[in-house]
Design a protein around this ligand. Structure first.
Ligand SMILES: Nc1ncnc2c1ncn2[C@@H]1O[C@H](COP(=O)(O)OP(=O)(O)O)[C@@H](O)[C@H]1O
Ligand SMILES: [Mg+2]
Length: 306
């Protein structure tokens, strides 16, 4: 009998729309592979419990991004319900979603990060920052370049805005150079993609999700040592955090600074435009096989009475 998979998509984060697209393409691919697939747009926890009780899926495919989906919340929920789910568990998801914490773990493991500090937006407005321009301001936990500001001068600094004063932000030295990304699938890193934005000076939300706005150079046009470093860093962090299934690390690279880690995505996008499916395809793993691999590696935290 084929496995029953509930594809969990949508959710409550700023990346809801991307998640809906990811969820739809994953569901389609899994149906092609012969799985019995149900799609569920996460709007309410009680409703999810009712669907799980009714459908009794063997696996939840976690196609959520951002808060509640990628940060350990849904993972803990499914652990308690004892339903196996794709991608990482609570701890890796939580650390991965927190750009500050993830950088701390990198630092402890010899992965180079940009100098930076964490504070609330209110604090930044009142006291400014010790980081010299040019710098980047971004939310500690959000994805898809939502709320990322590049500050090169006073005018840019005036544009930094968040509607919540207590929002935690990261102020980080701007690393000039190339934008790189590397997937780790079942513990292995294969290839590095270089992202060349065609319009904006940086890789923003619009260019990430609009076809043709960003050129994906695969493999990246960087020295071999730099590519090896990206793969080594991505594999190391995946392993140290105890990630499951697939993860993707973003980096910047220039000759002077070398490879600098930006962030890890424990639920990287899986739309047709996304980077992970593209790297998988490059190494001979089709989109359908990639989705099936994630289903087959799904787990939840075992309940032990000790
Ligand atoms: N320290 C930095 N130096 C240069 N560019 C940065 C830096 N931090 C972020 N960026 C730019 O902003 C984009 C989004 O930042 P990132 O940390 O990857 O967060 P997310 O993708 O979750 O929004 C990056 O892809 C990069 O183009
Ligand atoms: Mg990123």
């Amino acid at each position: 009998m084929s496995k029953k998979v509930l594809v969990l998509k949508g959710g409550f984060s700023a990346e809801r729309e991307v998640s809906l697209v990811t969820g739809e393409s994953v569901a389609k691919a899994l149906r092609h592979k012969g799985y019995d697939v149900i799609e569920h747009d996460l709007q309410n926890g009680f409703e999810l419990v009712r669907v799980l009780e009714k459908e009794k899926p063997d696996v939840v495919f976690n196609a959520l991004h951002g808060n509640f989906g990628e940060d350990g919340e849904i993972q803990g929920f499914l652990d308690i319900l004892q339903v196996p789910y794709t991608h990482s568990g609570v701890e890796a998801s939580l650390i991965g979603m927190d750009k500050f914490l993830a950088k701390e773990i990198c630092r402890q493991n010899g992965i180079k990060v940009a100098e930076g500090e964490k504070k609330t937006y209110a604090d930044y407005l009142q006291k400014g920052t010790t980081i010299l321009m040019p710098y980047v301001v971004k939310p500690v936990s959000d994805g898809s370049s939502v709320g990322v500001f590049i500050v090169k001068n006073k005018e840019d600094a005036d544009k930094v805005f968040y509607d919540n004063p207590s929002r935690e932000i990261l102020i980080e030295k701007f690393i000039d150079g190339k934008e790189l990304t590397c997937m780790v699938l079942e513990g292995e890193a294969y290839v590095v993609t270089e992202l060349r934005p065609q319009k904006e000076a940086f890789y923003n939300y619009e260019s990430k999700y609009t076809d043709g706005m960003t050129l994906h150079v695969l493999p990246a046009e960087i020295p071999d040592e730099a590519a090896e470093m990206c793969k080594k860093y991505a594999k190391k962090l995946h392993q140290v955090l105890g990630c499951n299934g697939v993860s993707r690390c973003d980096f910047r690279y220039n000759e002077k600074d070398g490879v600098v880690f930006l962030e890890i995505n424990t639920n990287p996008g899986l739309t047709s435009l996304s980077l992970v499916p593209e790297q998988a395809k490059y190494v001979g793993i089709s989109y359908e096989d990639l989705c099936a691999k994630l289903v087959e590696t799904a787990v939840c935290r075992p309940i032990k009475h000790d």
